[in-house]
Design a protein around this ligand. Structure first.
Ligand SMILES: [Zn+2]
Length: 467
């Protein structure tokens, strides 16, 4: 049986400052090496000061993933030398004196399947190495320490996944949970990274390091399973090793063995005391956590009668569920959900498109209300939505500019209906004996008005004229 376990690193991108100093957690906006201070540069005499919010958010993640949370947490030094690590050690967590990481054992359900969480730890991100030049000769490595000290949670799972599809489903769920908690924006470059371990029936475990995005994680796992199966089928033994993900060539490559034989010489970080997280604090944190995705979904179904599948899609994406929450009323909820899931999701399907979209929740409310009151047809609403996303104009202006409004003028509509009646004598006779077939005539009126006849008024007028 194939076994896959994951180690997921998620930055807490929504925090103001780094894990142990006041530098900005959002390092992405800065020129290289300008978001730094003596603490995150590890200068002699500097002392770390733990970011309380980071501990709180990491604890919330642990609670959300149904993990145990310890009474006390501790930090450790993981010693190693690498150019992106100015202190020559990383401050992280370790369950060596009992469970002292922010999260202990937990469970995440992926459909019917249980994925066990081993632990969750809070740690600092190292800096970034940037390689320039393309030949061995001219290759230059630049170091940018802006990222050094950014708060990171590491989520470790048991090897409970059996195929890349389960991995992808889990990552989707995890991204949604983190985004819904308001702790991380998974779509930011580098916000989510991962290591994976993969073994197939009868083979040794292989670690894959350095996977830079969730998208690549599924690919890396898939590549590694195929590679191992191919070796196995030719009776070549699969050696236990660490491999690196090459994101340009989309393959895993063996790391030189000396990189593996690291002895990190972990010891307690003496500059940070053990932190007690008592039940009172945990209860307070729990009360501050936003409504969970599953409870949102239930509420959408039971309160607004939104179909389960639509509620599922809507609740699992914070961007859309926030829009829904702001735009809906008790009367238009189903319509708002419908517009978001059938039209809007196709229009703003990338981060860039979402960011440049001019649509607000009040636009959305206007559109839903106008459909319900018969001012605008669904099809025209879709066109209007497309315009609003681009230019943010008022719905009423777009309706008049593009002539999208329904034909609701009784006199005008009467004329069109008269002409349909004279063109369709047979259908009129049929409708007289079987009123259900009147819909055929409604359809003809819609055809003539290019779908813009007010449907309710059309039906009423037709009934008056022939029944
Ligand atoms: Zn700093």
């Amino acid at each position: 049986m194939t076994k896959i376990g994951l180690e997921i690193h998620s930055q807490l991108t929504k925090l103001e400052s780094k894990l142990f100093c006041p530098c900005k957690a959002n390092y992405r906006e800065f020129e290289p090496n300008t978001n730094i201070c003596p603490i995150c540069m590890g200068l002699p005499g500097s002392l770390p000061r733990l970011n309380q919010k980071a501990v709180e958010k990491a604890t919330m993640i642990a609670m959300e993933l149904n993990c145990t949370t310890p009474e006390k947490i501790a930090f450790f030094r993981k010693n190693y030398f690498y150019p992106d690590l100015p202190k020559n050690f990383q401050i992280t967590q370790l369950n060596i004196y009992g469970d002292t990481s922010v999260g202990g054992k937990g469970i995440v359900m992926v459909g019917e399947k249980k994925i066990r969480i081993t632990r969750i730890q809070l740690e600092e991100d190292p800096g970034r190495l940037i390689y320039e030049g393309n030949s061995e000769k001219n290759l230059v490595t630049l170091v940018d320490y802006n990222r050094a000290g950014t708060p990171l949670v590491e989520i470790v799972t048991e090897p409970d996944f059996e195929n890349p599809k389960e991995v992808r489903e889990f990552l989707n769920i995890l991204s949604s949970l983190l985004e819904n908690l308001g702790v991380s924006d998974p779509s930011l470059e580098g916000a989510m990274r991962a290591d994976a371990n993969v073994s197939i029936e009868g083979g040794n475990k292989v670690e894959i390091k350095n996977i830079g995005s969730f998208h690549d994680l599924e690919k890396a796992v898939h590549f590694e399973i195929t590679r191992q199966q191919s070796l196995h089928s030719r009776d070549i033994p699969i050696i236990q090793e660490t491999r690196h993900w090459d994101d340009k060539r989309k393959i895993t490559i063996s790391s030189r063995s000396k990189e593996e034989d690291l002895d990190y010489r972990y010891f307690l970080e003496g500059d940070i005391p053990w932190i007690r997280i008592g039940n009172k604090v945990k209860e307070k944190l729990k009360s501050e956590m936003p409504e969970s995705i599953s409870s949102k979904k239930q509420r959408y179904v039971s309160k607004y009668n939104i179909p389960v599948q639509v509620a599922d899609v809507l609740s699992s994406d914070k961007f859309y569920s926030d829009l829904f929450e702001e735009a809906h009323t008790k009367e238009n909820a189903k319509e708002v959900a419908n517009i978001i899931t059938t039209d809007l999701m196709g229009l703003v399907d990338t981060r860039e498109k979402r960011e440049s979209s001019k649509l607000t929740s009040s636009h959305l409310k206007d559109i839903a209300d106008s459909i319900q009151s018969g001012k605008i047809a669904r099809n025209s609403a879709k066109n209007a939505l497309n315009e609003i996303v681009k230019n943010g104009k008022k719905l009423s202006d777009i309706i008049s500019e593009l002539d999208l409004g329904n034909v609701s003028d009784e006199l005008e509509l009467s004329k069109i209906i008269e002409s349909v009646i004279s063109e369709e004598p047979q259908a009129v006779e049929q409708a007289k004996s079987n009123p259900q077939t009147i819909n055929y005539l409604v359809g003809k009126v819609m055809q003539k008005t290019k779908g813009k006849a007010d449907p309710k008024l059309t039906l009423d007028l037709l009934k008056n004229k022939i029944l």
